[in-house]
Design a protein around this ligand. Structure first.
Ligand code: C2E
Ligand code: CA
Ligand code: CA
Length: 467
């Protein structure tokens, strides 16, 4: 009976005195041990790996929910680790990681967990902190500071002394309702903030930060949809007048009429559109709509003389097809290129200036004009300015705003106007809200204005009625 159930019990003796049965058990145990090791521990540092960390975090959340005591996750990333790997080789990189692992373990208590996620990313999990938010944050910070100073100590590799610093992100946890992946992400985000703050520092995850990220993500998906559908965008028109108050043109300003959010300001979605590349289809829509409007204006005597200014983003301008795109629209709508004015910003000059100049020159040769928007807020050197085929400088509204009360703004405006005159450029002031501002600008030699004093940006029907 016995021998059938377990044939090894009667196994022969092996030369070394071990029975076949015993060897099998040892081998199996060792294999099990090895598998467990590989599955839960990092082979390089012998620290728990991500899987074991997540498992322990799950238990920690449950026990924190029972005890009411908070815990903390510290996400630790070594600054410039890649540079060390690239210059001194992976073997040295591995040595550093092993030493970091040891130092981290020396910073925490018995029950705490130090894990390696991979690469140069480590996580320390602290348990049984205070029941009070502020107090447990202070406890976590104390450990974080200790880690910072410990990891800042020089490392010795044979003859080479190396210095390394970490960036640490901290998030607190207190109940079962929090999700482990979410918590790890929060600590990761906080670590990223620490990096952004200049490295070798510690940052706490702030729910406000998470909120911003969530809002941004949903705005981005809404923007994607709206750009694809092209139904929720609209151009508003703000009048530009000469010194006698007569309209000479308008600036086209984009509006997004969102079904739930209402009117979303371009200041809110243009930067997002630029980051995501959505500015390219969006910018094309703006340009096409503006050209169509110019064509409609030419057909009416009251509007035939008006110019239309269109804001162009850097990304859009850098598109290899940009020049062709504009010229195609002009041909398609049969408009007078002299009526189209492109507003660019000084930030364009940070990129490939020669490419910018070449494109501007081509468009200008066809009669299109250029205005430097928000002038005075950027970094244009006079040297660049002289090389650009500009037609106009647009004095930024921040200077106009305080021109009546701030002497330095007064001086800046005077300088901009003098500069424009010496470069043979027109000047327009934006953000003119009061008669006093208009008068001061006129006295200094600026004769074209845009601002609430003359009209707010409005839909086309209202704009034409205003004329
Ligand atoms: P910007 O080109 O400097 O446009 C002027 C902004 O000042 C507009 O804000 C306008 O409504 C506002 N404004 C006009 N007059 C006054 C005034 O008297 N007082 C004050 N306080 N503000 C005045 P808006 O329409 O919200 O546009 C914000 C920015 O969004 C624009 O600044 C421009 O950089 C960008 N933007 C708007 N439309 C487009 C577009 O079609 N394409 C691109 N790339 N950017 C656009
Ligand atoms: Ca503008
Ligand atoms: Ca502006």
């Amino acid at each position: 009976m016995d021998s059938i159930r377990n044939p090894f019990k009667t196994g022969v003796l092996w030369p070394n005195g071990q029975s076949g049965f015993n060897l099998h058990i040892t081998q199996r145990k060792r294999a099990e041990e090895e598998i467990k090791n590989l599955a839960f521990y990092d082979p390089l540092t012998q620290l728990p790996n991500r899987r074991l960390l997540m498992d322990r975090l799950k238990q920690a959340l449950a026990s924190s929910a029972r005890s009411g005591r908070e815990g903390a996750l510290l996400f630790i990333d070594l600054d410039n680790f890649k540079a060390l790997n690239d210059t001194l080789g992976h073997d040295v990189g591995d040595l550093l990681l092993q030493q970091v692992a040891q130092r981290l373990e020396s910073c925490v208590r018995e029950g705490d967990t130090v894990a390696r996620l991979g690469g140069d990313e480590f996580v320390v999990m602290l348990e049984d902190l205070s029941e009070d938010d502020l107090e447990s944050a202070a406890q976590a910070e104390t450990v974080g500071d200790k880690i910072l100073s410990t990891l800042n100590q020089p490392y010795q590799f044979a003859t080479h002394e190396h210095r390394s610093t970490p960036s640490i992100g901290v998030t607190l946890f207190s109940d079962h309702a929090q999700n482990q992946d979410e918590l790890l992400k929060q600590a990761d985000i906080a670590m990223y903030q620490a990096k952004k703050a200049g490295r070798n520092s510690l940052r706490f995850f702030d729910p406000q930060m998470q909120e911003t990220i969530t809002v941004r993500a949903s705005l981005e998906s809404d923007l994607r949809r709206a750009v694809a559908e092209q139904k929720e965008f609209q151009l508003f028109y703000q009048v530009q007048v000469d010194s006698s108050g007569g309209p000479v043109g308008a600036e086209a300003l984009l509006r997004w009429q969102h079904p739930e959010r209402g009117m979303v300001s371009p200041a809110e979605f243009i930067p997002l559109a630029e980051e995501t590349g959505l500015i390219l289809p969006l910018g094309h829509w703006v340009m096409a709509t503006a050209c169509r409007q110019l064509a409609a204006w030419v057909a009416q005597p009251e509007t035939a003389h008006l110019t239309l200014a269109v804001n162009v983003s850097v990304k859009q301008f850098h598109l290899p097809t940009f020049v062709e795109e504009v010229l195609t629209l002009i041909g398609h709508f049969k408009i007078d290129p002299a009526k189209l004015e492109l507003e660019i910003t000084e930030s364009m000059l940070l990129g490939n200036v020669d490419d910018i100049i070449a494109k501007m020159t081509t468009l200008k040769a066809r009669g299109i004009s250029f205005s430097m928007d928000d002038f005075g807020t950027g970094y244009s050197s006079l040297q660049y300015l002289k090389r650009l085929p500009l037609d106009q400088l647009k004095i930024d509204q921040s200077f106009v705003c305080d021109i009546a009360t701030d002497d330095s703004d007064k001086a800046i405006v005077r300088t901009i106007i003098a500069m424009a005159q010496s470069l043979n450029l027109n000047v327009i002031a934006e953000g003119v809200e009061t008669e006093e501002q208009r008068q001061l600008l006129l006295n200094k030699g600026c004769a074209i204005y845009q601002g609430y004093l003359f009209g707010r940006p409005v839909p086309i029907e209202q704009f034409e009625a205003l004329l």
